[in-house]
Design a protein around this ligand. Structure first.
Ligand SMILES: O=C(CO)[C@@H](O)[C@H](O)COP(=O)(O)O
Length: 226
């Protein structure tokens, strides 16, 4: 088991889109480790967010890593565009197809960190034959498409399974959906080390609250290691 320090990745899906660059600057200043960028196509998921042009324009607002979660199918035609728009890591869905290994190769060919996400109904076992080729596993703890949903408890067992599969490899284990200070402790105990949080950080969109919320999440998640 090689769990790394807890890192917090605010999901800008819950930011005020009318002030998107300001929101990115605010979470950077508030202590975000990583900026989680959700890209939705209205096909793989029932919502549309934004594309590479918007992402490129907010890239200038921070030097923190952009962790780009592509909820797009098919995904391969868009990997290069998001890589060139400033992604540091790109995560594709195991369910998006058509060829997961090819998608991972395409991300690597752009020189980016490669991640694979699994939906709540998808077994972690789909990662077995690609685990040696990736930098991040993303366990979805809601059905992707929207912020503000409730955490699906079965994700905890999937995190434990993913942690066991990762073993000693230097792979991030990310969790996304319904994450907040009330469940961060059990999520971290199950093995997650990169916590995505949208509504629990951005609720009310008041930048004055962001630092305390990020800290509350980090403190809750790190309690188990004290
Ligand atoms: O990818 C997604 C949703 O599809 C997430 O990143 C959400 O944006 C998380 O939002 P909360 O559940 O934390 O409000």
């Amino acid at each position: 088991m090689s769990q790394r320090p807890i890192r917090i990745a605010p999901s800008i899906l819950s930011a005020d889109f009318a002030r998107l660059a300001e929101e990115v600057r605010a979470i950077d200043a508030a202590g975000a480790d990583v900026i989680h960028v959700d890209i939705m196509d209205g096909h793989f998921v029932p919502n549309i967010s934004f594309g590479p042009t918007v992402m490129q324009s907010i890239r200038k607002a921070t030097a923190k890593p952009f962790d780009v979660h592509l909820m797009i199918a098919p995904v391969d035609p868009y990997i290069a565009a998001f890589a060139r728009a400033g992604a540091d890591g790109i995560t594709v869905h195991a369910e998006a197809g058509p060829h997961l290994h090819r998608s991972i190769q395409a991300i690597r060919a752009e020189g980016k960190r490669a991640g694979v996400a699994v939906n709540p109904a998808t077994s972690v076992s789909v990662l077995e034959h690609v685990i040696g080729d990736i930098d991040l596993v993303l366990v979805m703890s809601v059905n992707p498409g929207f912020g503000g949903q409730s955490f699906i408890p079965a994700a905890l067992e999937k995190l434990r399974q993913a942690r066991a599969l990762i073993g000693a490899r230097p792979i991030d284990l990310e969790v996304d959906g319904g994450v907040g200070p009330d469940n961060a402790r059990e999520i971290a105990a199950a093995g997650a080390d990169l916590l995505v949080a949208g509504s629990s950080i951005f609720a009310g969109n008041d930048p004055a609250t962001y630092a305390a919320r990020i800290k509350a999440l980090r403190d809750a998640a790190t309690t188990i290691r004290a």
